[in-house]
Design a protein around this ligand. Structure first.
Ligand code: ZN
Length: 154
């Protein structure tokens, strides 16, 4: 495990109304924690319509990239890149897509969405909330968490 950024602003949960901060049952219903990265947490999205889809969420409550100082921003982007590389290693998609939205959930997080040639969305933006979600049984999620963890280069 990489060392966390010592000396940076204290990372804490300061927004009880934010599910990324409070890590409540809403968060559990949407994703599964897979790994603690330098300044963020890697989650496997329970919707696996895009095989290997994950989220990297910044550890403290921020809403915009420009609210991070240069060190925080560098570490966060390193985490995003590391996670994307791990997903790529595990799933071998044709392309990784990266989405930062946050209109409705403003806590800074990046959607990491593997894209595959031959699918309807190839060449287009991924559908964030597909009409029919592909969910797995607990063993299916456990396998995804394990393979992504095994691919994380630390
Ligand atoms: Zn938050």
């Amino acid at each position: 495990m990489r060392e966390t950024a010592g000396g940076l602003k204290q990372i804490h949960s300061d927004r009880p109304d934010c599910f990324y901060c409070s890590k409540n049952e809403k968060l559990d219903s949407l994703m599964i924690e897979a790994a603690a990265l330098q300044v963020s947490t890697l989650y496997v999205n329970r919707d696996q319509t895009h095989g290997g889809r994950c989220i990297v969420a910044y550890r403290r409550h921020a809403t915009e990239l420009f609210q991070l100082d240069r060190t925080e921003l560098r570490l966060f982007m390193e985490d995003v890149s590391l996670a994307a590389e791990a997903i790529y290693g595990a799933f071998r998609p044709d392309k990784m897509n990266y989405g930062i939205y946050g209109d409705l959930v403003p806590h800074l997080h990046v959607h990491l969405v593997p894209k595959y040639k031959g699918t309807e969305e190839w060449g287009e933006a991924f559908v964030n909330a597909p009409p029919s979600r592909k969910t797995l049984d607990p063993d299916g999620y456990r396998k995804i968490v394990e393979i992504i963890r095994s691919q994380l280069k630390r």
